[in-house]
Design a protein around this ligand. Structure first.
Ligand code: NAD
Ligand code: USQ
Length: 388
């Protein structure tokens, strides 16, 4: 397949690009490097020393003999360039990772809130509009989030894959059975943009019959894949700071440098997780199983397990001896929630989940230990607050 990867220089996008390239797909990365710019703005950098895009791609050619193309385009602002790119390459699919993805960053300042909404909704809308204008039958695979559902909105009721069966009462006669989009319940400006994306997909699918798969992904953990581990120049991004670092990777990094594990509140928040290797595999499966023309938006829950934040901290603490610190929660979120997520779609089409185990966790801690000299301890605590 010929596949355009929007956001292919990022954490998930880079690992996925190499994974798909190894499997014989023709990969074209589009990225405006805004993630690297935000690191500069925040005065932090990836724990791992990531190479420049050109250097990464040259290293990949050297190691694998596969060529990946790279275009620096701002998908949210450079519509004409995006359209020209689609017309030039005529891809079978576009995988869309190109959004501002940190909830804390999206709540940091009015400027960051507005940037997140402008960037994310414009990127998605430009892509949809360009696919229609190109007249190409492109399968759009988008990385959404579990956070569109809220977490355990209806207590322990399993969260279905995008659509909820409901009974609509009728004034006279029996109730109608319908499937509706699961009620959106975002918990940050970032998560809100993903619920807006879902509505954009709904409309373009209904109006223009675009073929769309929206992957509601949980928190991605881990860092290395078979491909990124082949050469240090291919190393993947590892975010650890208070805005971009995600919880499990943060705990593993903190354990590696002996920094007390930063649990927000009492740690009763339950979240969904997936390893970076499974994330790349899921995208391959989604590409191999596209919806047919005329099908509604296909929605898969891309996660493999759920854990409570406090329990993860205890697990890491027990394995490493590093203590836990319970901090005032900077976020506005439920102190404790249940989370029961259905993921039958991916299991049905071949996902064999990698589960959190000590070996994999140790792999991340080893990476963190190796690059511990790059940690800026002053950037670890979360400082973005949901309410002033
Ligand atoms: P990331 O920030 O590492 O990567 C995103 C990439 O997109 C960056 O390289 C950035 O420069 C690029 N980008 C952003 N806006 C762009 C624009 N307007 N034009 C061109 N490029 C642009 O994030 P990630 O962790 O790789 O996440 C990728 C996607 O997966 C995001 O949409 C995110 O919402 C989703 N997701 C991530 C996680 C996770 O735990 N990391 C979990 C669930 C969903
Ligand atoms: N948390 C801590 N301590 C920390 C960091 C986080 O207790 O040091 C807590 C948070 O308060 C929250 C939970 O851990 O309750 C998860 O936080 P996170 O930063 O790991 O994840 P989140 O903000 O939800 O965002 C991440 C990605 C985002 C993706 C989302 C999937 O950054 O792109 O969409 O996970 S999900 O959480 O399933 O919605």
């Amino acid at each position: 397949m010929k596949i355009v990867i929007l956001g292919g220089d990022g954490f998930c996008g880079w690992a996925t690009s190499l994974y798909l390239s190894t499997r014989g797909h023709d990969i074209i990365i589009v990225d405006n490097l805004s993630r690297r710019d935000i690191d500069n703005e925040l005065g932090v950098s990836s724990l791992t020393p990531i190479s420049f895009p050109q250097e990464r791609i040259a290293a990949w050619k050297e190691v694998s003999n596969n060529e990946i193309k790279f275009h620096n385009i701002d998908v949210a602002r450079e519509y004409d360039s995006l359209l020209a790119l689609l017309k030039k390459y005529e891809p079978d699919a576009v995988v869309h990772f190109a959004e501002q993805r940190a909830a804390p960053y999206s709540m940091r300042t009015p400027k960051a809130k507005r940037y997140t909404v402008d960037n994310n909704t414009n990127a998605t809308h430009n892509l949809l509009c360009a696919i229609v204008e190109s007249k190409l039958d492109i399968h759009l695979v988008h990385l959404g989030t579990m956070g569109v559902y809220g977490y355990g909105k209806f207590e322990n009721t399993p969260i279905p894959e995008g659509y909820l069966k409901v009974q609509v009462p009728q004034p006279d006669g029996p109730a109608l059975e319908r499937e509706i989009m699961y009620p959106a319940d975002p918990g940050s400006v970032y998560h809100m943009t993903k619920t807006l994306d879902a509505l954009l997909f709904y409309f373009y699918n209904k109006n223009d019959k675009l073929r769309v798969t929206d992957l509601h992904q949980g928190i991605v953990w881990g860092t290395t894949t078979d491909e990124t581990g082949r050469d240090e120049r291919l190393i993947n991004r590892f975010d650890y700071d208070g805005d971009y670092g995600t919880v499990l990777n943060r705990f593993l990094m903190q354990a590696a440098i002996g920094f007390p594990l930063t649990v927000h509140g009492q740690g009763g928040q339950k979240r969904a997780f997936i390893h970076i290797r499974d994330s790349a595999r899921c995208i391959e499966l989604a590409l191999q199983n596209p919806p047919q023309k005329g099908d509604r938006v296909q929605i898969f829950n891309q996660m493999t397990e759920t854990h409570r934040v406090g329990e993860l901290a205890e697990m890491v603490s027990k394995a490493t001896g590093v203590p836990i610190q319970k901090l005032e929660n900077p976020r506005n979120e439920m102190e404790r929630n249940e989370l029961n997520v259905m993921n039958e779609n991916f299991l049905r089409i071949g996902l064999k989940p990698i589960k959190l185990d000590e070996g994999l966790a140790a792999e991340v801690t080893d990476i963190a230990r190796k690059y511990a000299y790059r940690v800026d301890r002053s950037k670890i605590l979360a400082t973005s607050r949901w309410r002033s």
